[in-house]
Design a protein around this ligand. Structure first.
Ligand code: ACO
Length: 225
């Protein structure tokens, strides 16, 4: 994805990590530095455009990733830039991965409710022209290392078929633990501690606890909500 400004100078590293502050990374020495407010606007443009492209690719009614959503949540975005091609010398973006911790009620294999707060895969997109070239895996690996998590410790917010295949191929994640919400977890999820996980009494009546965990994907709310 190309932009009318210099992506290459804006994001000096191959993978940029953004949090809710959407801070422009430090620029390479010798690069001219536009006003900070302009740089932040460029970052916001990239986040908004990536969110729109991802929503389109997944046939979502509205983007679930945007600059305003990033600013109002504690999510982390990993953005991969293209370091090979440099169209018009301004660089390009290959895709992104968005993660965040969420409090969820998940069922274990005995169908007991567990309150956990795992790292969740919330949005993931590689540009159509660059899919199946290993870029998704590069981003995912980087995220796993930075967040210090193992693939089976993750919860995935309504994964697409492509993502399910991706997880199976690269991380052998196949057998899911059935849930009643949008989140998918895999065998091995409960084998590790999820601080601050709290296991609820298993014999609790179904109606006592709402086995619902909020997912950005089901609301269909327009951007900014
Ligand atoms: N059909 C089936 N499997 C696919 C496809 C596809 N079109 N594209 C990628 N995969 C899976 C396959 O397992 C593939 O291996 P294979 O080519 O040997 O079959 C593997 O991913 C390739 O791995 P990478 O090249 O590292 O993955 P890629 O760079 O394509 O990124 C991603 C994977 C992010 C899922 C990408 O395909 C994409 O953007 N898809 C469209 C958007 C999408 O579905 N995002 C996930 C939404 S759900 C969520 O975010 C929680």
């Amino acid at each position: 994805m190309e932009f009318p400004f210099d992506v290459d100078a804006l994001l000096p590293e191959r993978i940029t990590v953004l949090d809710q502050h959407l801070r422009p990374p430090a620029r390479r020495p010798g690069t001219t530095t536009p006003a900070r407010v302009d740089l932040q606007q460029q970052i916001m443009t990239i986040v908004d455009e990536l969110g729109k492209a991802s929503a389109k690719a997944q046939h979502l009614p509205a983007p679930i990733t945007s600059a305003s959503r990033m600013q109002s949540n504690r999510h982390v975005m990993y953005i991969l830039k293209d370091t090979s091609a440099r169209p018009a010398g301004k660089g390009a973006i290959v895709g992104f991965l968005k993660v965040g911790y969420k409090k969820l009620f998940v069922l274990d294999d005995r169908e007991a409710h567990n309150e956990v707060e795992p790292l969740c895969i919330l949005d993931f997109y590689i540009h159509e022209s660059l899919q199946r070239h290993g870029h998704g895996r590069e981003l995912f690996q980087h995220m796993l290392q930075k967040e210090r998590v193992e693939p089976h410790q993750l919860a995935i917010d309504r994964p697409s078929q492509k993502l399910l295949k991706f997880l199976n191929k690269h991380y052998n994640l196949e057998t899911t633990v059935p849930q009643v919400n949008n989140f998918v977890i895999f065998e091995g999820f409960f084998a590790h501690q999820h601080p601050p996980a709290r296991k609820l009494p298993p014999k609790r009546a179904e109606g006592d606890i709402k086995p619902y965990s909020s997912s950005d994907r089901e609301s269909g709310l327009p951007q900014g909500w």
